[in-house]
Design a protein around this ligand. Structure first.
Ligand code: ATP
Ligand code: MG
Length: 326
C-alpha cells in the first residue's frame, strides 16, 4: 500500500509520517519509509542523529543506477539516458517489491531500528534552489516517482512517503501514485487552502484524499476543520508531549505514545487498508502513461532527443499477478 503525507510547510507531515511508520512497524508488517520532502527531516524524526541522517544515501544522486536497474532489458527503453522520471515499465522492465533485496535498496535504502522493529528508509536528498518548482529531468522526486511506477506492493506491505504539496508533484504524476493521500492540515485558513488546491488537482484522477487535522486543540478547531473540509476530515491529532520529547532528542519508547494519538494512527491504518479493494492497476498504469506522454511533449523529447512516446508498452498493465510467481 502506498501512502503519501502532504500538506503545507510546518503542518506536521514529517511528524505524522514518522508516527505512522513507527505504528506500522509495531504491527510487524514490512515498511519502506521515503523522505521526498523539501526539508529532509524524516530520518531525524525516526530517531537518527545528525551524522546518521547526513550519511543516508541520496536517491537523487543514484538516478543512473535506479534507471539502469529498472529498465532491465525492456527493448523500448534504449538507455538510462533516455529514461525520464515518468518512463513507465513494460515487458522486460524490472519491478520492485516491498519485501525483497534488490540493487536499488542496496544503494538507496538504510535499515532503521525502531524499538526492536526495523524499517527501510530512503531519502531523495536535500533540495537546492535549482530543484524547486521545475518539472525537470533532475527533479529529486523523479527517483521516487520511478520507483513507485515500478513497484508492485501487496496488501499488508507499506510504503510511506513524506512529501510536499508543491508543484513538483503535480507537474509529474507523483500525486496519483498513492492508494491514499493524507493531507495534514492545521486548523487555519492557510492549512485548509492547501487542501483545496490539492483537491482541485486530484479531482480528475480519482485520488483518495483524506485530511488529518494536526495541532487541533478543542472544539473550535474541530468545528473549523469540519466546516472547511467536511467528510474529507478523517481524524485529528492534538498536541503530543511524546512528539515534543522526541524533538528534544529524548525519544520515549513508542509504547508510551498517548492513547488518543495511537488510536488516530490505527484509524489511519484502517483507512489505508480499506483502499486495497478499490485498487485498479489498469487505471494506475494508464495514469502513468498519461503523465509520461505529457512530460515527453513538454520537455522530455527535446531534452533527450528521442521520441519518448515509443517507450510506452501498450499491452502492459502493472499488477500483483506479474510478480506472483517470481
Ligand atoms: N501533534 C504534534 N504535537 C507536538 N508537536 C508537533 C505536532 N505536530 C507537529 N509538531 C511539531 O511541529 C513542528 C513542525 O512539524 P513537522 O516538521 O512534522 O512539519 P512538516 O510539515 O514536516 O514541516 P516541513 O514543511 O518543514 O517539512 C515540529 O517541531 C514538530 O515537532
Ligand atoms: Mg517535513
Amino acid at each position: 500500500m502506498k501512502i503519501a503525507f502532504v500538506g503545507k510547510g510546518g503542518s506536521g507531515k514529517t511528524t505524522l509520517s514518522s508516527l505512522f511508520i513507527r505504528y506500522l512497524a509495531t504491527t510487524g508488517r514490512p515498511v519502506v519509509a521515503v523522505d521526498a520532502d523539501i526539508n529532509q527531516h524524516l530520518g531525524a524524526a525516526l530517531g537518527l542523529d545528525e551524522a546518521e541522517a547526513a550519511a543516508l544515501p541520496a536517491m537523487g544522486e543514484r538516478l543512473k543506477l535506479i534507471k539502469e536497474y529498472l529498465r532491465g532489458d525492456n527493448p523500448r527503453i534504449a538507455s538510462a539516458e533516455t529514461m525520464i522520471k515518468t518512463t513507465p515499465p513494460g515487458e522486460g522492465s524490472r519491478l520492485l517489491r516491498v519485501r525483497e533485496d534488490n540493487p536499488v535498496y542496496d544503494a538507496c535504502a538504510r535499515s532503521v531500528e525502531l524499538d526492536g522493529d526495523t524499517v527501510r528508509l530512503m531519502v531523495t536528498g536535500p533540495f537546492t534552489d535549482a530543484d524547486l518548482g521545475v518539472a525537470c529531468y533532475h527533479s529529486k522526486t523523479g527517483a521516487v516517482e520511478l520507483c513507485l511506477n515500478h513497484l508492485v506492493d501487496g496488501r499488508d506491505e507499506y510504503v510511506v512517503v513524506d512529501m510536499t504539496a508543491g508543484s513538483d508533484s503535480f507537474a509529474s504524476g507523483m500525486f496519483t501514485r498513492f492508494d491514499i493521500t493524507f493531507l495534514v492540515a492545521e486548523p487555519t485558513r492557510k492549512g485548509v487552502s492547501v487542501y483545496r488546491q490539492y483537491k482541485e488537482y486530484a479531482r480528475d484522477y480519482g485520488v483518495v484524499l483524506k485530511v488529518v487535522g494536526n495541532k487541533v486543540q478543542g472544539q473550535d478547531d474541530l468545528d473549523f476543520l469540519r466546516a472547511e473540509v467536511g467528510d474529507d476530515l478523517l481524524v485529528t491529532v492534538g498536541h503530543s508531549d511524546w512528539v515534543r520529547a522526541m524533538e528534544k532528542g529524548r525519544p520515549p519508547r513508542f509504547a508510551l505514545l498517548e492513547d488518543t494519538n495511537r488510536r488516530a494512527l490505527r484509524l489511519l491504518q484502517t483507512a489505508v487498508d480499506a483502499t486495497y479493494d478499490l485498487r485498479d492497476w489498469q487505471r494506475y498504469t494508464h495514469q502513468m502513461v498519461h503523465f509520461h506522454l505529457k512530460n515527453a511533449q513538454a520537455w522530455g523529447n527535446e531534452r533527450t532527443g528521442a521520441d519518448l512516446a515509443a517507450q510506452v508498452d501498450p499491452g502492459f498493465v502493472l499488477g500483483e499477478s506479474l510478480v506472483a510467481t517470481a
